[in-house]
Design a protein around this ligand. Structure first.
Ligand code: AFP
Length: 283
């Protein structure tokens, strides 16, 4: 797995350079979900493909930006599902963005994810990696090299609240849940980029990020294989929880289509138990 994590470190340096030097405008193509692609989306996707094409461990690649599976090495062990530049629409307003990687062995479903990683492109480049049975590992880049900072774990209860989704289309009990947290003194921390938002909650000890199903998007916006499951793994390894609106572990998701989405809630135990209470799904 270290070979894959080292490849992600190389990718991070190249994508960070692209963010700082390339055209931030739109390309003339759209992705498999019909969203207009930024030139940076296309460039980041290309950097990742080029980096993994020589890694024999990697059987295939599945990109959030493209339809289908790119087969690389027949005898490879892992399929990497990735979001090359999540929140890319924030780059041209100089906010932090990120890349997300889910490393799967066998059928593409939650229980077959064996490791995950994400990169934050902010004032500095930071990397978080996670493997089974260990706390996630936090790294920071300096002059192109990644230094280990610490192992990361969540407190039982936090202070931060990152509520996503179009608020006017939230259901009443979700609105009540979010308002109650603010009434309890939680602080709003939502940038529109799930990578920096979830990174902040992880490093600041806890809280909750929510992207519910809403009347306009009943299945939520965030994609299971590329975004939701990789982060669910990291939050569980850090001692937190990650569930859907039925109270089910996001690690139990079995997508029918690679680009399936899911309502998702990531946080420390106190907040997720409060959410289960609010949604009436407490086990
Ligand atoms: P973009 O990649 O289209 O900027 O979307 C970012 C994202 O996938 C995720 O990073 C955010 O948490 C979420 O969408 C923001 O969605 P809203 O714009 O609905 O808040």
């Amino acid at each position: 797995m270290q070979t894959i994590f080292n490849t992600i470190k190389d990718i991070a340096i190249k994508i960070d350079h692209a963010i700082k030097t390339e055209d931030l405008g739109y390309s003339d193509s759209s992705n498999s979900s019909g969203e207009d692609q930024l030139k940076l989306d296309v460039k980041s996707d290309h950097i990742i493909e080029e980096a993994f094409k020589d890694i024999s461990l990697v059987k295939s690649l599945v990109s959030e930006e493209k339809e289908g599976v790119l087969e690389l090495h027949e005898n490879g062990k892992y399929t990497i599902c990735y979001d090359p530049l999540d929140g890319s629409s924030l780059a041209d307003v100089n906010l932090s963005v990120g890349s997300i990687f889910g490393i799967y062995e066998g059928e593409l479903k939650g229980e077959n994810l064996v490791a995950s990683a994400y990169v934050v492109y902010g004032p500095r480049i930071e990397l978080m990696t996670a493997v089974k049975g260990e706390s996630p590992q936090h790294y920071r880049a300096q002059e192109g090299l990644f230094n280990f900072i610490s192992k990361v774990s969540l407190n039982e209860k936090g202070k931060l609240n990152a509520p996503g989704g179009t608020q006017k289309n939230w259901c009443d009990y979700h609105k009540t849940f979010v308002d109650d947290l603010f009434a309890e003194g939680y602080r709003l921390r939502y940038s529109g980029g799930m990578v920096p938002d979830l990174h902040q909650i992880l490093l600041k000890g806890g809280g909750i990020f929510s992207y519910p199903g809403t009347s306009d998007v009943p299945n939520g916006k965030l994609r299971q294989l590329f975004e939701v499951i990789p982060f669910a793994f990291i939050y569980e390894q850090a001692g937190g929880q990650a569930i859907d609106s039925k109270g089910k572990r996001l690690m139990d998701l079995v997508p029918k289509h690679p680009h399936d989405t899911s309502p998702c809630f990531f946080g420390s135990n106190y907040e997720i138990e409060a959410l289960k209470e609010a949604y009436g799904v407490r086990s």
